[in-house]
Design a protein around this ligand. Structure first.
Ligand code: ADP
Ligand code: MG
Length: 729
């Protein structure tokens, strides 16, 4: 009788017997995590929440980063944000009273560099160990303090030999590279290391127990290490492994895993795409009558890029397969009119159109643009938001259900259960990254009557380089508006420390006196809408006092929509000079006369968001300015972000820079992009692997045997866990 996996690996937790794996050796994906030592029900539950149920799952829980304790760093070389092992002699130590009592210890090394250690909690024994003249070795994160670089609460090794360690050399200190695992509350790194130690022991005993799901024909030409070896290296880098390559994830072991991950993504997305080919949609060919009338009534001609994407969309929705298209275009590139033309094509065919925006403000603006264009053609634009209640809401719903309302604009209120369409032909979603996949799915189901799905157009101003887009949106077709309408004057961006706030306020006064309008955007790190609102309230009060004579409005998430609308309308009509707002104005708002944008504490925001905010100005023909009113001192990363923003005006260039700085996983984090993040692949950095993964996916999909199909499913599951659905459309 074969013992069950848990029998075999429970007890003293010794790894399975060594030697050649028996044919019936259970795969590591068959061994539950509870088969490891010290995994009780509570820990098992925590792991389960992270999608870790088997030993194989645990092996694919990869270190997020490493701590480099492999060499001593010269103090002179340290930068803000580094994590470093340093050694030096204490030159001074003092207790500072200040706002919070702290122990400050000055360290100097043999290169003459200095560093301050700072402790808020410290024992007498610790103080004793850090007296002047003592040699210390510390590990910690370097931060720019008010006076100098600091390490707050470093790990300190007190009793080290008086012989200085060789700085910069690979002295055998501590472990070579210490893996740091993505964790969850209540789980220490030491626990992760203990667990992965056990899993790796099992793997070493039976490398074949971890199935390599990538066919040799796909993996071999890459010349990368086999899967089991790659897994081992990434979890426990050997002492001789090149540190930088591992940290920057260019080591062959990292590349092998990155390849597998990208391959799994490609396969998941292509499956979705193939499934879509078998779905039906109502073809919306249209006779172009309404579109021609709209084009004739516009005060401008479409740009070449707009005309091209309009054409791509028109052909696509004319087919009996549901379109699933991503329309990318920088802020101000004119996506709305492209959406309006697609909408008219559906209306020409007697079908309904739903346009959804992530915020009420933006939905309001869309409703305004659309009714401005469509009302003269005799087409009513209905409107549904969270604040429609009772009889008013019922009336809108009735018009949708009967088909009397051909076009509706709204917020997520359009997703609600009782919203029923007579014949939904096209769904347009603006600024898709704010919508969850579930919402997209819910909306699609609304049109699923008669077994036919509506077409979907997703508009986004979050530009993604094409190579990356191909990797992460492989299930979508892509249209790009890569040109701005003519006559836009570029925005001049400057960064000013908030010690010069008075000058900035003066600048607002002058701009408004000259008949221009301005935005003042307040930001807060906290996600809390209440705190954000409070900050905006305070700023508005302050500015009203200091800018008497100016007409100042205020909008934030806490101002009721009913009160916000007149404020926005007044600003758009030029009846307000200055609009104080939170980041709610990030997307969509369009006031061409506004030519000055102040962003407070821009260091708290990401590049993409800053670029979106800045896009609120520069929409008319007057020269526009964006003032980044930062709070000093800036971290190195924040300084670089602001520099990029000053230098670059193109959303694509900014997205590129953003990716380089943050890595694709973060940019495409589930929250921002509605997409699963990559664990360690970086399609921008590993461009060649993207192509290889695409070819590999093609090849694997050609194998339609049950074994081939099962292999694909297993590979997708391995890397995306329960998330295969994430891109389902
Ligand atoms: P976004 O792509 O950021 O959503 P909008 O659709 O809001 O951009 O367009 C920004 C502004 O540009 C709007 O006022 C719109 O009417 C105008 N616009 C759009 N297309 C053109 C064009 N081809 N020529 C001139 N102005 C245009
Ligand atoms: Mg827009």
């Amino acid at each position: 009788m074969t013992p069950s996996p848990s029998d075999k690996h429970a007890g003293d937790g010794a790894p399975a017997a060594t030697g050649a794996p028996a044919a019936d050796e259970p795969g590591l994906d068959q061994i539950p995590i509870t088969g490891l030592k010290r995994v009780g029900p509570k820990l098992a539950e925590r792991l389960d929440k992270l999608g870790i149920a088997s030993v194989a799952d645990l092996l694919f829980h990869l270190p997020a980063r490493y701590q480099d304790r492999s060499r001593l760093r010269p103090l002179r070389e340290l930068r803000d944000g580094d994590e470093a092992l340093v050694e030096g002699v204490v030159t001074d130590a003092a207790i500072a009273q200040g706002r919070r009592r702290s122990l400050k210890v000055w360290l100097q090394d043999d290169t003459g560099g200095g560093l301050m250690l700072r402790f808020f909690h410290f024992s007498r024994a610790q103080m004793e160990g850090m007296r002047v003249g003592q040699r210390l070795r510390c590990f910690g994160e370097v931060r720019q303090g008010p006076q100098t670089l600091e390490m707050i609460h470093p790990e300190v090794q007190y009793q080290i030999a008086d012989e200085p360690g060789a700085i910069g050399q690979g002295v055998a200190v501590d472990a070579p590279l210490t893996p740091i695992y993505p964790s969850t509350e209540g789980m220490q790194q030491i626990t992760w290391r203990g667990l992965t130690d056990q899993a790796l022991a099992l793997l070493t005993a039976h490398p074949a127990a971890l199935a390599d799901l990538v066919p040799a024909a796909v993996a071999a030409p890459l010349g990368l290490p086999p899967l089991h070896e790659a897994i081992r290296t990434v979890h426990r880098p050997p002492a001789e492994a090149p540190v930088t390559a591992l940290v920057e994830r260019t080591h062959p072991a990292c590349l092998r895993l990155a390849f597998d991950e990208m391959l799994a993504h490609q396969l998941a997305l292509r499956r979705l795409r193939n499934q879509r080919r078998h779905l039906a949609a109502v073809p919306l060919a249209g006779d172009a009558s309404l579109r021609r009338r709209l084009l004739a009534s516009l005060p401008f001609a479409l740009t070449g890029a707009q005309a091209r994407v309009v054409d791509e969309i028109a052909r696509d929705i004319g087919r009996p397969r549901p379109m699933m298209r991503l329309l990318q275009g920088d802020v101000g590139s004119g996506k709305t009119v492209v959406g309006a033309l697609a909408a008219l094509q559906a209306v020409e065919c007697g079908r309904q159109v739903a346009l959804m925006a992530p915020t009420e403000l933006l939905a309001e603006q869309h409703r305004k643009s659309l009714s401005g264009w469509l009302a003269p053609l005799g087409i009513e634009v209905a409107w549904l938001s969270g604040r429609h209640k009772g009889a008013e809401r019922a009336a809108v719903l009735a018009r949708l259900a009967s088909g009397a309302a051909p076009v509706i604009v709204g917020t997520h209120a359009l997703f609600q259960q009782d919203v029923v369409f007579a014949g939904l032909g096209l769904v347009i979603i603006d600024e898709q990254h704010r919508f969850g996949v579930h919402q997209r799915m819910a909306l699609r189901e609304k049109g699923a009557g008669e077994g036919r799905l509506p077409h979907q157009l997703i508009m986004t101003a979050t530009p993604i380089p094409r190579s990356l887009a191909m990797a992460v949106y492989a299930d979508l077709d892509l249209s790009v508006i890569d040109e701005l309408p003519p006559g836009r004057t570029p925005i001049t961006t400057v960064a000013v420390p908030d010690s010069r706030r008075d000058e900035v306020i003066e600048r607002v006064r002058r701009a408004c006196a000259a008949g221009r309008q301005a935005y003042w955007v307040c930001t807060l790190v906290e996600e809390s809408e209440a705190l954000q609102a409070q900050a905006a309230d305070d700023t508005a009060a302050d500015l009203r006092e200091r800018l008497q004579g100016l007409r100042i409005g205020l909008v934030h998430g806490r101002v009721k929509a009913a009160e916000r609308e007149p404020v926005m309308a007044a600003f758009a009509a030029g009846e307000l000079d200055l609009l104080v707002a939170t980041t709610v104005i990030e997307v969509g708002v369009d006031v061409p006369n506004a030519s000055l944008m102040i962003i407070e504490n821009p260091e708290r925001l990401g590049l993409a968001q800053l670029h979106q905010l800045r896009g609120r100005v520069g929409r008319g023909s007057v020269e526009s300015y964006c003032v980044l009113l930062y709070h000093a001192p800036l971290t190195a990363a924040a300084r670089e972000r602001l520099d990029i923003l000053r230098r670059e005006t193109s959303g694509f260039a900014i997205a590129d820079a953003d990716l380089r700085m943050r890595g694709a996983g973060e940019v495409l984090g589930t929250r921002q992009a509605g997409m699963a993040a990559f664990r360690l692949a970086d399609p921008l950095r590993d461009k060649d692997l993207v192509l290889a993964a695409q070819r590999g996916a093609d090849r694997m999909l050609q194998d339609v045997s049950p074994a081939g199909t099962a292999r694909i499913t297993a590979l997708i599951h391995r890397w995306l866990g329960g998330r295969e659905d994430y891109g389902r459309v």
